[in-house]
Design a protein around this ligand. Structure first.
Ligand code: FES
Length: 313
């Protein structure tokens, strides 16, 4: 399989309109070789000729490694990738993608509740399929504005009565506060959707046992950050001290000296720049960390709390 600086060189083999604003795209190796395996919840970083990268959840079938499927929402105020996909991408276009990574894996639980809104259905579709195949107890609520514009309608239909479509005229608006009022120990809740939807789920589950909620955000969550201050990051494996000025990110500073850390979203949502912290206090400013004492940090946005930090790079 053709690789270019760690990225897979794939071609678009199919494009389907799933709703007025969503197109799904299938990507395959040009020579027909099987693609790297993935699990439900995984995403790929997609780079188009615009050189911009964005993360898209894989929404096809993990058992079928002949192609990957992603779905792209047209966002009029996007950073260019979604407009490019909708307006210019076509069957036969070449697309570079990073192999799948899973920051939203399905963990063991006694039951599962999948909550999606809008394009947030994409990582949850393969989860629902695999839970259904495994005969695990699961249910899904999918909030959409307009039932007539329901993406993946036939696939959702085929999943049976475990799926509730919350739309005006169908099951009605999704009332998260009511649905999540009673904590249910052992229930794994997986949520994906726009920021307001995710914030609603987080608010509604504030009194649930920790570890019940698993999220994937598309947009960074609002963060109240300390003023930027300069610090030194000691890269232990490379035995190098790198100065991080107040006006640069730690990721910029360590890639400036050619250390092997790469980023993709640069907004603290994709996880691609993760580094292990060996010593020092971190101010986590990303949208992935749930434990403030986590020893994994995302240097595209997060910084040291003090003058020095040691990382395993
Ligand atoms: S580059 Fe995406 S989290 Fe840092």
């Amino acid at each position: 399989m053709a690789r270019d600086r760690g990225m897979l060189r794939l071609v678009v083999t199919r494009m389907s309109r799933e709703s007025a604003g969503i197109v799904s795209i299938e990507l395959a190796d040009a020579t027909g070789r099987p693609l790297p395996a993935w699990e439900p919840g995984a995403h790929i970083d997609v780079q188009l000729i615009t050189r911009m990268q964005r993360q898209y959840s894989l929404c096809g079938d993990p058992a079928d490694l002949r192609s990957y499927r992603i779905a792209v929402l047209r966002e009029d105020f996007s950073r260019g990738v979604s407009m490019y996909v909708h307006d210019f991408l076509h069957v036969g276009s070449v697309v570079h993608v990073r192999p799948p990574r899973n920051l939203f894996p399905v963990l063991p639980a006694s039951e599962y509740l999948l909550l999606a809104a809008g394009i947030g259905i994409t990582p949850l579709l393969p989860m629902a399929r695999s839970l259904s195949r495994a005969r695990a107890p699961w249910a899904m609520n999918y909030a959409v504005r307009d039932e007539a514009n329901l993406p993946f309608a036939s696939e959702l239909e085929s999943l049976g009565p475990a799926v509730t479509i919350n739309a005006p005229g169908r099951a009605g608006r999704l009332d998260l506060a009511a649905l999540l009022a009673a904590p249910h120990p052992g229930l794994g809740v997986y949520a994906c959707g726009p920021a307001r939807f995710i914030d609603g789920v987080v608010d509604a589950m504030g009194h649930w046992p920790s570890g019940s909620l698993h999220l994937e955000r598309f947009e960074p969550k609002p963060v109240v950050a300390l003023p930027n201050a300069p610090f030194t990051v000691h890269c232990a494996r490379s035995n190098l001290d790198v100065e991080v000025p107040a006006e640069r990110t730690m990721l910029q500073a360590i890639t400036d000296v050619d250390l092997p850390v790469t980023g993709s979203c640069l907004r603290g949502v994709c996880g691609s720049c993760a580094v292990r912290v060996l010593d020092g206090e971190v101010e986590h400013r990303d949208s992935l960390t749930t434990d403030p004492d986590s020893r994994v940090m995302y240097p595209c946005v997060s910084r040291a709390r003090a003058a020095r930090l040691t990382i395993d790079v």
